[in-house]
Design a protein around this ligand. Structure first.
Ligand SMILES: Cc1ncc(C[n+]2csc(CCOP(=O)(O)OP(=O)(O)O)c2C)c(N)n1
Ligand SMILES: [Mg+2]
Length: 588
């Protein structure tokens, strides 16, 4: 036992957990602990808005596999984080949110910045600790760090501000990290039997492969099976795109090759994926999910097994460990699909090249609304670019080892088909939370964790304006990134629903302020470039990446796009409007 203050115990527990970077905005509530961050080797990156800080912690965690830490002033500084913690929850990110609270002698009296801070995060955390007694500061802080890793999601440590003071005798707990296993022999044997009988197995490689650092194991198992591999939705970095068996992502605006191939599967091997419902919705007019296929699902979180789709075999295991255990079981065994290895490889190759050719030719959208918007743009001053064409050019100019974050919006969603990665921990999207304003702060956090990797964010103009203030964080604190803004002067993704279901009655859908985001970027101290010629897109990205990696310069590339719109998020959730009251009769 060592005598220290609770502030020291808190900071020493962070040190024991390897924390070197935290994100937030300073405040009196935790100033006594913050005062000793520097001598403890901890940097607090001061952000513009706490939502940005929590997204940065998420990006930092997703790239590094270590904790992302966010801290703020009690009350408003903490409530500002809720949206981003929800996003981290759905990304299974080990984010620890430190929430200093009103002092114990004031809570309930309606003083200043007072709130019950546990209910706010209840739904979006895996564990919440409340420091009810300062003697428990290290114990509870350590548990929050342990649980973020073992439960793969955000945890909260809530500290009444007076609990930072006093004298305590304490031992700082050692971090307690799980050693995850492959699952039990009964289910592994059953899976091996099923795989050995499969005629056309297909692997879905999911987020668990990324988070479990299991790409090599996934590749080895896929190679033994000779099967096509699809990425689960928004996990495009879960299998190397240059691999001949990679076929691209499922889900919204995903790969037709992946969808056509999985539709033929008799056995689906879902490795490290919860098979989230949004990620397997029909796309491109195809209801591709193979309803009669037997599913083997492997997940480190047993509550995900069989949750969304009925499965034949459910393995509660770590993606890499389970893949290795299956490979061992299949190594010397003759598989039914061995006989058709070459024929299946050829089918995979043919579907991929058909999809690539289609993407090459798919320069713009061809629905009535889009065609009108393209024609209208031709009559206007300036040259507006087709989003798909821009996305293809950006894809071609992506540097090796790039990390990309995307936002929520129509163009960002179309980007799904054009985002390919060679290594895991490279692609960050707001996942099932789907909040606009995600991409920029998240990539700043990712860059803070991996300064040697190029960092690129994508956002539509609407989502960009929600989050662009964090450019100041990138500039002030030397965390250089390259941000692409698709300027189409509308909240396009939602407008698409008004096109399809609401007779083009565009309520609140336009963003026609004539903003110049390149100029705004320059005013914030970054480099700003406006691109309105297709042959400048690739070179603009390449120079910005050079400036980022060589000179530490942040660049905003504003790309002027037409108002054309790709397929909507979902066709299943909306229906044709019905109005009963006479005054609304035309609104159908
Ligand atoms: C925080 C938040 N607010 C609102 C929405 C609803 N929403 C989804 S996409 C979208 C439009 C995005 O517009 P923009 O960023 O300009 O991209 P575009 O669709 O035009 O490509 C909106 C408002 C959301 N997902 N998140
Ligand atoms: Mg827009």
């Amino acid at each position: 036992m060592t005598r220290m203050t609770p502030s020291e115990a808190f900071v020493e527990t962070l040190v024991a957990n390897g924390v070197t970077t935290t994100f937030g905005i300073m405040g009196s509530a935790f100033m006594d602990a913050m005062d000793i961050f520097a001598p403890a080797g901890i940097r607090l990156v001061p952000v513009v808005h706490e939502q940005g800080a929590a997204h940065m912690a998420d990006g930092y965690a997703r790239v590094s596999g270590r904790h992302g830490v966010v801290i703020g002033q009690n009350g408003p500084g903490i409530s500002n984080c809720v949206t981003a913690i929800a996003a981290a929850y759905w990304a299974h990110s080990p984010v620890v949110i430190v929430t200093p609270e009103t002092g114990t002698m004031g809570i309930g009296l309606g003083g200043f910045q007072e709130a019950n801070q546990l209910p706010m995060f209840e739904e979006f955390t895996k564990y919440q600790a409340h420091v009810n007694n300062e003697n428990r500061m290290a114990e509870l802080t350590a548990r929050a760090f342990d649980r973020a890793m073992s439960e793969m999601g955000p945890t909260q440590i809530n500290i009444p501000r007076d609990r930072f003071y006093g004298d305590i005798d304490v031992e700082i707990p050692e971090p307690n990290r799980l050693d995850r296993g492959p699952g039990g022999p009964r289910t592994l044997d059953a899976a091996a039997d099923l795989l050995s009988r499969a005629e056309f197995p297909v692997m879905v490689s999911g987020g668990g492969v990324v988070m479990g650092d299991a790409v090599d194991e996934a590749v080895a198992l896929a190679e033994r099976l000779g099967c096509p591999v699809v990425n689960s939705y928004l996990h495009n970095d879960s299998f190397p795109a240059s691999h001949p068996q990679w076929t691209g992502p499922l889900g919204y605006q995903g790969s037709k090759a992946a969808m056509k191939l999985i539709s033929q599967a008799d056995v689906v091997l879902a490795l490290g994926t919860r098979l989230g419902p949004f990620g397997t919705l029909p796309q491109h007019g195809m209801d591709y999910w193979p309803k009669d296929a037997a599913i083997i699902q492997i997940d480190a979180d047993h509550t995900m097994l069989g949750l969304v789709k009925p499965v034949q075999v459910a393995i509660h295991g770590d993606a890499g460990e389970s893949a290795t255990a299956l490979l061992e079981r299949l190594a010397d065994r003759e598989l039914a699909c061995d006989a058709t290895r070459d024929e299946r490889a050829e089918r995979t190759r043919a579907e991929k090249s058909a999809w690539e050719a289609e993407l090459d030719e798919w320069v713009h959208e061809t629905d009535d609304f889009s065609v009108e918007m393209i024609e209208e743009a031709n009559g206007e001053e300036g040259s507006w670019l087709h989003p798909r064409q821009v996305l293809r050019e950006l894809e071609k100019s992506m540097p090796p080892r790039v990390m990309v974050s995307t936002d929520i919006g129509n163009i960002n969603s179309v980007a799904n088909s054009y985002l390919r990665f060679e290594e895991p921990r490279s692609f960050f999207a707001p996942m099932s939370w789907g909040n606009c304003g995600y991409a920029l702060p998240t990539i700043i956090g990712a860059k803070a964790a991996a300064p040697d990797r190029p960092a690129v964010s994508y956002a539509g103009d609407g989502a960009w304006a929600m989050s662009m203030n964090e450019i100041m964080t990138a500039v002030r604190h030397d965390i250089p990134v390259t941000a692409i803004v698709f300027h189409n002067r509308q909240w396009g993704a939602e407008k698409k629903n008004q096109v399809d279901f609401y007779g083009r009655r565009f309520v609140a859908g336009e963003l026609e302020g004539g903003e110049n985001y390149a100029e705004i970027a320059r005013a914030m101290g970054a480099n700003g470039v406006r691109v309105d010629q297709i042959d400048q897109v690739g070179s603009a990205l390449e120079s910005a990446i050079d400036a980022q990696m060589r000179d530490g310069v942040t660049t905003v590339i504003e790309i002027m796009c037409t108002k054309e719109l790709g397929d909507p998020f979902r066709k299943d959730a909306l229906s044709t409007p019905v109005r009963h009251l006479p005054k609304y009769k035309d609104y159908v």
